[in-house]
Design a protein around this ligand. Structure first.
Ligand code: WTA
Length: 661
């Protein structure tokens, strides 16, 4: 770790302020202090209890955990359930059909819709029948490429109802990214929309699906298209069908079947350390249990009285776990918002909180830092007194942002839960319990009851208080990923080979003097840009697929607003260098390369900065030393260069940067 980073950590660890929950909050909280003791005393019994408390099983399980095939786990063996029934039917049957499930706020002002659990019940049955009519059955994968509209929830739940694993692809990913995910998952059907609203304009989605399917062999037989913006769309007869027509033609009732607890619920692709995204997949039972449990004890959702709002997109794991499966299994009422925080004005989020009476808000540090930049006078114009709990997820939250969130959004009153988890963990793992923990700004604090995590050194030995190292999870947990789709070896190697017998999260962390965990960020080649995971290798391979690029190296440089920013160093092909020099087209070339990355992966992967260099710093064995490039990207003095094959390379790069400024 660099000296600067270490100094930064030391400063963080001097953070001693603590914020205990009010007596009033503690008295009504779902999570209690004794849960820690009970979970410690008998973890499996504790999880079995949560499983029966939060989830409806059509057949009860007879064994909580089978870890004999470690690192492959099985939870709630013998149990059978249906995730959609848990999220929808169960609430209607309990007499809560009139409760609003989704208070949808579209981007165009005034475009709102309230959907009750009874409404949803009708829609998921029709959608399940429509998909079944297209030949979708148990085990068939379905790709979902939709904006943030209620149909995305209906589509996911309809798949779950049929036992058809869904793979949701974030609408900001490109046609190429979509194609590789469709192919890897073997999706039979794609559910998309004509487009979505983005900053006052309709943005097309369907053409990306066409491009993905036109470019070669694929397993897709049918494309269902939701009409959202009303824009014209290209159409392939026989393959494409309007969602509305398909649902209208489908039968009204659908009897859900129960599936084995280990039946795959979904596949979600996430960036790893190689160029190829991993298809992380989750099993129905364990995933649902831990999501419902954490929605209750960490997000403290009281379904009969709360109005909950998670601002994540459904295309990321946070949307899967804390919009769809967790809160809905509890029967919560929630806001779903299609737009961006600054459309049509920078107070949009607070206006929604005021209008809908949001009580629990779950968002990301990047958003909080952006709101800080926009100024305190903006939230001050709105009545935010309905808020009683705030959550943070996706990246480390710096103490300043934590304090700002509490003061200016939480009225200096609400607890904050800084929740650490990953696509792979499926649900929250490390977080305060809001009615119990005396939270410290910037720390995710302790593993929740039922989870066991440690910070270890290079040799895998636990570090003491005040020390840093790697974050590991030492005991299996119900919502753990069941593997990498189609690649069991990659699962073993990525997560279970760094340290013997424990799960390696890929994050660095430090324990403060009181043993609280401070997650510092990735220690591998994964970047975290605005809470979105990006792989350096994936962007490098996108760059080198451009005909003008010979070689590329990508690093995540510290960025005050987005956490990290993507910085690329590229070497051009000989013939291109002279051409570029002669015509002075440097800026155009950079623009062209950024556009190329957007096309290959998606606009979110566009580098903030691309620097054209003559050489890249490499070790004698040919490995690019990203650490040195990071020094350059972060405007620091370049560190130790003694292991470089040619130590003058860094002088050249640094000199080039000075000239470039
Ligand atoms: C980071 C998002 C610090 C971390 C749910 C992790 C965090 C990666 C926190 C997973 C947090 C997430 N504090 N870092 N509270 N939450 N991270 O898979 O680096 O998109 O490994 O899941 O985000 O990102 P993913």
């Amino acid at each position: 770790m660099t000296t600067e980073a270490t100094e930064g950590i030391q400063a963080l660890l001097h953070e001693k302020r603590t914020f205990p929950p009010s007596a009033e909050f503690a008295a009504q909280a779902n999570g209690t202090a004794e849960m820690y003791d009970r979970a410690d005393a008998d973890r499996e019994a504790f999880w079995a209890e949560q499983a029966r408390k939060y989830v409806r099983w059509e057949t009860d399980f007879d064994q909580t955990l089978d870890w004999s095939g470690a690192p492959f786990s099985k939870w709630f063996l013998g149990g059978r359930l249906n995730a959609c029934v848990n999220a929808v039917d169960k609430h209607v049957e309990a007499g809560n059909g009139d409760r609003v499930a989704i208070h949808f706020v579209g981007e165009p002002e005034g475009d709102t819709r309230d959907i009750t659990y009874a409404d949803l019940h009708g829609q998921v049955q029709k959608a399940a029948n429509a998909l079944a009519d297209l030949g979708v059955g148990q085990g068939d994968a379905v790709a979902i490429y939709l904006p943030m509209i209620p149909e995305a929830v209906v589509a996911m739940l309809a798949c779950a109802r049929l036992g058809a694993p869904h793979t949701v692809v974030f609408g900001g990913f490109s046609a190429d990214a979509l194609r590789s995910r469709i192919a890897d998952a073997g999706a039979k059907v794609v559910i998309t929309a004509d487009g979505g609203w983005r900053r006052g304009k309709p943005g097309a989605l369907k053409p990306a699906v066409d491009a993905a399917l036109d470019s070669g062999e694929h397993p897709v037989e049918k494309v269902l298209v939701v009409r959202r913006t009303g824009q014209d769309v290209p159409w392939t007869d026989g393959r494409d069908q309007w969602w509305d027509d398909a649902l209208a033609a489908a039968a009204d009732t659908h009897e859900a079947q129960a599936f084995d607890a280990e039946h795959p619920l979904f596949i979600l692709y996430t960036s790893g350390t190689t160029g190829k995204p991993k298809g992380v997949f989750h099993a129905t039972g364990g995933y649902l249990v831990q999501n419902a449990y954490t929605s209750s004890v960490v997000l403290d959702i009281h379904p009969e009285s709360d109005v909950y709002w998670c601002t994540a997109d459904i295309g990321w794991v946070t949307g899967h776990s804390y919009i769809v499966y967790g809160p809905m299994t509890l029967g919560a009422t929630q806001v779903m918002y299609e737009g961006t925080p600054d459309t049509p004005h920078q107070g949009r989020f607070w206006e929604i909180v005021q209008e809908a009476g949001v009580t629990v808000l779950y968002t990301a540090p990047t958003a909080i830092r952006t709101f800080m930049k926009w100024g305190t006078d903006i939230p001050a114009k709105f009545d935010l007194s309905s808020l009683r709990l705030l959550g943070s997820v996706g990246e480390p939250i710096n103490p300043e942002a934590w304090m700002w969130y509490r003061e200016h959004i939480g009225g200096d009153r609400t607890p904050i839960v800084d929740t650490w988890w990953q696509t792979e963990t499926g649900a929250i793992m490390i977080s305060p319990l809001p009615g119990v923990t005396q939270a410290r700004p910037g720390s995710a604090m302790r593993p929740i009851p039922g989870v066991v995590a440690e910070v270890v050194d290079d040799a895998g030995q636990p570090v003491g208080n005040g020390q840093g190292g790697y974050l590991v999870i030492t005991e299996p947990w119900p919502s753990m990923l069941r593997g990498v789709w189609g690649d069991p070896e990659r699962y073993r190697e990525t997560y279970w080979s760094r340290f013997e017998g424990v799960y390696f999260a890929g994050d660095g962390a430090k324990l403060d003097d009181d043993g609280n965990i401070w997650v510092l960020g990735r220690v591998d080649d994964v970047m975290n840009v605005s809470g979105h995971r990006m792989s350096t290798a994936e962007i490098e391979s996108a760059l080198v697929s451009h005909p003008k690029v010979a070689e590329a190296a990508v690093v995540g440089a510290a960025d005050a607003m987005t956490g990290q920013a993507i910085c690329a160093f590229v070497i051009l092909r000989e013939d291109v260098i002279s051409e570029a020099d002669e015509h002075g087209e440097g800026a155009e070339l950079v623009a062209e390369l950024r556009a190329h990355v957007a096309k290959e992966i998606g606009p979110i992967a566009k580098p903030r900065q691309i620097m054209v260099v003559a050489e890249l710093p490499k070790t004698r064995s040919g490995k690019i030393m990203r650490r040195l490039l990071k020094d350059v990207a972060e405007n620091r003095e370049v560190g130790d260069v003694t292991t470089l094959a040619d130590s003058s390379v860094m002088d050249l790069i640094s000199a080039g940067m000075d000239k470039g400024d």
